[in-house]
Design a binder for this molecule. Sequence first.
Ligand code: NAD
Ligand code: GLY
Length: 362
Amino acid sequence: MSELDPIVVSLADRSYEIRVGAGSLGKLGEHLAPLLKSRKIAVITDPIVDGLYGEKVRSSLTSAGFSHTRVVVPSGEEHKSLTQLERVHEALAAARIERKSALVAVGGGVIGDLTGFAAATFLRGIDVVQVPTTLLAQVDSSIGGKTGVNLKSGKNLVGAFHQPRFVLADVETLASLPPRELRAGMAEVVKYAVILSPDLFALLEKNADALNAHDRTVLADVVHRCAALKAQVVMEDEKESDRRAILNFGHTLGHAIEAVTEYRRFLHGEAVSIGMVFASRVSRLRSGFAPESEKRVARLLERFGLPVGIPAELDSGELARAVETDKKRDESRVKFVEVEELGRTRFELLSTTEIEEALRSD
Ligand code: NAD
Ligand code: GLY
């Protein structure tokens, strides 16, 4: 197997294809040749990904006739910053990247978000291609056009919607991912299943062992399904005026846990895993989510080695206050995503007092 059916994200003149496959990275140049307006492009990556896949990317682009500049941004969330954005912009200017040129982001969500924002802002906007190499980036961040960088005051506070021109996800790159990063990405996979697809949920239950063992056929199928689900949500609500906010399932408490533990203790997906178990409990208490379904969600997350309980030492009041400062608030209430049954969600506006009460309940 090399590539599965293309997924088309239909957004008028911002439409694009997502290609998911196993071993398809070497075809990058071939895919881009008919799509891009200029043969002069820039690849933005990080040192780890560059060391693993840089050569393959370079030779594929060169064979397809592209000349490219490479900009290597240090790995890590702290480098999704205005400082690195300026470095990238200066490198693009020095390489005389033009309006018709494109940036190619090869890496995880940090590289994808930074590069997407660099493309949105350089010369008032040039094309970006996303080549995600983490599970989280393949199923989530490379799709949908949210780009940006962090400020000292908070994550993703500066950004823009800038849809990619093309997305190429090669699941073979996941073989080199640290196991903890793969598990964290699995949390977002489970999220899609809970909020959008009982079929995917059943498939994950059946294939959890194969996924944990990096079975590339199952991984490609799962990444493909998740990418298609995300694409559908993005097509329904590109700028998150309403529907797209369902993707925040588990993220309200997840973000709060990340914030109170100062982004050190948990990877994003791990915090979201705990957040989804909490959101499932709130859903049982307020939206009739069946107790058996609630248990299935926690069991599935545990099979992927993800944490499911709020650490006892985290104070409910402090967590509720952190929820309050999260940016997805509507006036005094938080737009909380609840699940009525697997695949069906609703929003409920909750006060921080109600969240604090839920944190203290069973
Ligand atoms: P990441 O980009 O920091 O990558 C994690 C680590 O894995 C890094 O050290 C990286 O060098 C390494 N790595 C990447 N690919 C590898 C590979 N194939 N083999 C070995 N190592 C590899 O983390 P992430 O989880 O991919 O992304 C997190 C970022 O994504 C956050 O900044 C978050 O805000 C953002 N995000 C954005 C969206 C969006 O819609 N734009 C959605 C979700 C998350
Ligand atoms: N990660 C959520 C979104 O793209 O909307």
